[in-house]
Unconditional design. Structure first.
Length: 132
């Protein structure tokens, strides 16, 4: 819930992570990322961050299995600064004629891309913990 002075708005992303009652991470996850999905995530991240005192400390990111967005469109939304990272866990672009659920076109999650994503999340959460 995002609150202004006199009202509120339900900005919803897939996951919110609070550590010691402080919002640390917001996540949107998608099977594939296209313009519509990144546009909505960008706006929701913006609304959530705008109304939090620690807005510069909140890690806002997208995890997607497949990339389905033009490079210029992707760069436009990333440059707006509301999305901190976007992780694609499968290589190559999405092809609607070759759905990954079909055994003939199945793609594997790339282990190195997943490990990179996990490590980045851990590094972003370290300031919120007492652990080293």
């Amino acid at each position: 819930c995002v609150k202004s002075a006199n009202s509120y708005f339900m900005a919803q992303v897939d996951r919110h992570l609070e550590i010691r009652q402080i919002l640390a991470l917001i996540l949107e996850s998608k099977t594939y990322l296209d313009k519509t999905f990144i546009e909505r995530a960008n706006y929701d991240f913006y609304l959530i961050k705008k109304h939090k005192e620690n807005k510069n400390d909140i890690f806002a990111f997208i995890i997607s299995l497949q990339n389905c967005i033009k490079k210029e469109t992707f760069n436009f939304f990333m440059e707006e600064g509301n999305i901190d990272e976007c992780f694609f866990l499968m290589e190559g672009k999405r092809n609607g004629n070759r759905p990954i659920w079909d055994p003939k076109h199945r793609k594997e999650i790339k282990k190195d891309l997943l490990v990179n994503c996990i490590n980045k999340i851990i590094s972003k959460l370290k300031p919120f913990t007492d652990y080293e």
